[in-house]
Design a protein around this ligand. Structure first.
Ligand SMILES: *Cc1c(COP(=O)(O)O)cnc(C)c1O
Length: 358
């Protein structure tokens, strides 16, 4: 080991889902939206004037912040935007989790939380989900340095009620509680109304899933203006120009087209419910996902076998090969046609349980 090597920060990085270089695959491994972004986004992109890129972007991204605030009926001082919700969440860890006490998040959850905690040297504990993969509110009653969980949770897709979130908040008045709502638009109630009542609540959302803009990188946090101000101070202490000009312009267009957003979201929800039926017919087991993915397991085939088989059919799903979830696959909800291709492949591999029992 060279002397300078001991000064290098040692981190185990987050592993994103594979982005295959070929295009003729059915890609259901990173919870992207199967539909294109709103038509107004495409139009604005085509009409974009490259000379605007000569200038630095608006460091406050006011246009985007204001349109998000108006959409949700809150003030611009209650909105923080960042480069995807990963940036917003990372900034939030840095800004709000500075206690010597451990922060708390579930053992099975978004696998970036422990990476940020390690990166920023934040102590953490991970209370176990119960045997049905549900979060137990009582696990969050103990003293801690902050709380974060996704709703719906990832990769299980299970959602909690607003009363659950209020329960957790009422036991955690002295720390910041973050609800990561990456998948909230697919049928869960947002905790947003609670930010007026709980000044320590931060709600984080993203354009990557329900608004079909994973490639643009826009995420946002909503909360009490003192939390938003603290986030902005940390951001300006690190990098003032996080939001590039095209993201600000196109992000505004995406929010403005509410009708298109509602249409594609409803389609994904309908396809998810169809997919639940088809998976059930094939003997799969899964919880009641409220997200744009299902977290499935099969009693007779390992997740690994199914994963490898689907790959030979050019269908990519996600397999987290660890602990309690190693026998599960997370399957993003694609278009109806893509899901039909998945079930055609699975029928060849597994055969229909229905035909078996009839
Ligand atoms: C996808 C995802 C994110 C991050 O999405 P961005 O593309 O960075 O906005 C955050 N949290 C959860 C739970 C996710 O699944």
């Amino acid at each position: 080991m060279r002397a300078w090597e001991k000064n290098i920060r040692q981190v185990v990085p987050y592993t994103p889902g594979e982005q295959p270089k070929v295009t003729d695959v059915i890609k259901l491994n990173t919870n992207e939206n199967p539909y294109p972004p709103a038509p107004a986004v495409r139009e604005a992109l085509q009409n974009m004037d490259a000379s605007a890129l000569r200038l630095y972007p608006d460091p406050r991204a006011d246009a985007l912040v204001e349109v998000i605030a108006r959409y949700y009926g809150i003030s611009a001082e209650q909105v923080f935007v960042g480069v995807g919700s990963d940036d917003v969440l990372g900034m939030s860890f840095l800004t709000f989790f500075n206690s010597d006490k451990p922060i708390l998040f579930p053992d099975i959850t978004y696998s970036f939380y422990d990476v940020w905690a390690d990166l920023f040297r934040i102590p953490y504990e991970t209370p176990a989900l119960d045997e049905n993969f549900c979060i137990c509110a009582r696990d969050y009653d103990k003293e801690n340095g902050g709380v974060i969980f996704p709703n719906p949770n990832a990769p299980t897709g299970e959602a909690v009620e607003l009363s659950f979130i209020e329960d957790v908040l009422s036991h955690n008045q002295d720390v910041i509680v973050i609800v990561d709502e990456a998948y909230v638009d697919f049928g869960t109630s947002s905790a947003l109304p609670l930010i007026e009542k709980y000044e320590n609540l931060l709600v984080v959302q993203t354009f990557s899933k329900s608004r079909a803009l994973a490639g643009l990188r826009i995420g946002y946090a909503m909360g009490n203006k003192r939390l938003i101000q603290a986030l902005n101070h940390v951001k300006y202490a690190y990098n003032s120009y996080t939001m590039n000009t095209p993201s600000i312009v196109l992000g505004v267009k995406a929010i403005e087209d509410k009708e298109y957003f509602e249409d594609i979201t409803a389609r994904i929800i309908a396809t998810r419910e169809y997919a639940k039926e088809e998976f059930r017919k094939l003997g799969f087991m899964f919880g009641d996902s409220k997200a744009n993915f299902l977290f499935v397991t099969h009693p007779r085939y390992t997740a690994e076998e199914i994963f490898e088989y689907l790959k030979t059919k050019k269908i990519y799903v996600r397999h987290f090969n660890r602990g309690r979830i190693k026998n599960y696959l997370r399957v993003t909800i694609g278009t109806k046609e893509q899901m039909e291709a998945v079930f055609a492949a699975l029928k060849t591999m597994i055969g229909s349980e229905e035909t078996r029992t009839n």
